[in-house]
Design a protein around this ligand. Structure first.
Ligand code: NCD
Length: 319
C-alpha cells in the first residue's frame, strides 16, 4: 500500500495536524498503531521508509526547541524527505517581516510539509495553514496545543500499560501555561483515561474543571493511586508576575521526589516532556530512577512524528 493510497488517506482524513482537539479516538489510535511500526523501523540498522522521497519539509520554529525540532528533522529524513530547518533567529522575521509574508515566501518554494512552532496561542499556526498550499503540523503554539507531544506521551503509556482507558493519570505542575497539559487532557479524555491535574491555584487555568479533569491542589492527594505521574516544567518565559512564592517552596510542595511518588501505585511510571528543571519540579533521583520513562519518551517522539508525517503524506498530491 503506497503512502498516497486513498484508503490510507481515509484513515486520517485531515490535511493538517493543528491540534488534538477535533480528532476522533479512532484517528488517534490509528496514529499510535502507525507509530508502533515506526518504532520498529527506527530500531533497525537501515532506518529508511521512503514515503516522503522527493518531498520537501520545512521546520519553522519561532520558539526554542531541542527535542521537538530535532525529532521532526530525523523523522522527516527517515521517511526520505528533504528537510530544511529555517533559522528564524537569522531570518527576515528578525527584520520585521510579518508571519503572512514569511508564509508567502516559503509557499513560493513549494514545500510539501511545514512544521511550525510559534508563541501565539491558537492563531499563528491556524493562520499559516490557511495561507499556504502544503500540509501544516503544529509543533507547539504558545499555551494552546502541542499535539505530537500528547501523541508521543500516549504511545509511551500504551506500550507500557497496554491501554489508556481507565488509567489514572496525574498531570502535575504548571498547568496554566502548558500546551502539553492541554493537548494531553484532550487526548487522554478522548481515549477514556481518568485525568487529574495537580497544581497550586495560581498555576491552574480558570475553567479547568470543565475540561473533564479532577483538580487537586495537594500533591500527595493527587498522586494517590495514580498509574502515571506526568510532571511539567514551570514555564517561566510565559509568566509575568509571581506565580509561586519561591522555587524552594514550590519544590517542597510540588516537586516530585521519592516520598511523594510513593503515594502513587507501586508500578506507577513517571513522565516529563522535557526540558527538565531538576530540583524544581523533579528530584534527579526520580528523573533517572527505575520508574522513569523520560528517555523513552524521546524515542517515541521520533516514531510519532514519523507516523504523523506519513499520515499527512497520504494527502499530498501525486504530481
Ligand atoms: C514542551 C514544550 O515546548 O511545550 N517541550 C517539548 O516540546 N519537549 C514543554 C516545555 O517546554 O516545558
Amino acid at each position: 500500500m503506497s503512502a498516497n493510497d486513498p484508503h490510507r488517506a481515509g484513515l486520517f482524513p485531515h490535511r493538517h495536524l493543528l491540534g488534538i482537539e477535533g480528532l476522533q479516538p479512532h484517528e488517534i489510535l490509528g496514529l499510535l498503531d502507525r507509530a508502533d511500526q515506526a518504532v520498529e523501523v527506527s530500531r533497525q540498522v537501515e532506518k529508511i521508509r521512503p514515503v516522503l522521497r522527493g518531498r520537501t519539509q520545512i521546520n519553522l520554529f519561532f520558539e526554542a526547541s531541542t527535542r521537538t525540532q530535532s525529532s521532526f528533522e530525523i523523522a522527516g529524513k527517515r521517511l526520505g524527505a528533504d528537510v530544511m530547518n529555517m533559522q528564524v533567529a537569522a531570518s527576515s522575521v528578525k527584520k520585521g517581516e510579518t508571519l503572512i509574508d514569511t508564509a508567502a515566501t516559503l509557499n513560493a518554494m513549494h514545500p510539501d510539509i511545514l512544521v511550525v512552532r510559534h508563541h501565539a496561542a491558537g492563531c499563528a499556526v491556524h493562520l499559516l495553514a490557511r495561507k499556504v498550499d502544503c500540509s501544516v503540523i503544529n509543533a507547539g503554539d504558545g499555551q494552546h496545543e502541542h499535539p505530537t507531544q500528547a501523541l508521543l506521551d500516549a504511545l509511551t503509556i500504551r506500550r507500557h500499560k497496554g491501554k489508556i482507558a481507565r488509567l489514572t493519570i496525574a498531570i502535575c505542575g504548571d498547568i496554566l501555561h502548558s500546551r502539553v497539559a492541554r493537548s494531553n487532557i484532550i487526548l487522554l479524555n478522548a481515549l477514556g483515561a481518568r485525568v487529574r491535574v495537580v497544581a497550586p491555584s495560581t498555576l491552574l487555568p480558570s475553567g479547568i474543571d470543565r475540561m473533564g479533569v479532577e483538580v487537586f491542589r495537594d500533591m500527595k492527594e493527587g498522586l494517590k493511586g495514580a498509574d502515571i505521574v506526568m510532571m511539567l516544567r514551570l514555564q517561566r518565559e510565559r509568566m509575568n508576575g509571581a506565580f509561586i512564592p519561591s522555587v524552594r517552596e514550590y519544590y517542597r510542595f510540588y516537586g516530585l521526589d521519592a516520598e511523594k511518588l510513593a503515594y502513587a501505585k507501586d508500578d506507577a511510571l513517571v513522565m516529563h516532556p522535557g526540558p527538565m528543571n531538576r530540583g524544581v519540579e523533579i528530584d534527579p533521583a526520580v528523573a533517572d530512577g527505575p520508574q522513569s520513562l523520560i528517555r523513552e519518551q524521546v524515542e517515541m517522539g521520533v516514531a510519532v512524528r514519523m507516523a504523523v508525517l506519513e499520515a499527512l503524506a497520504a494527502h499530498l498530491p501525486n504530481h
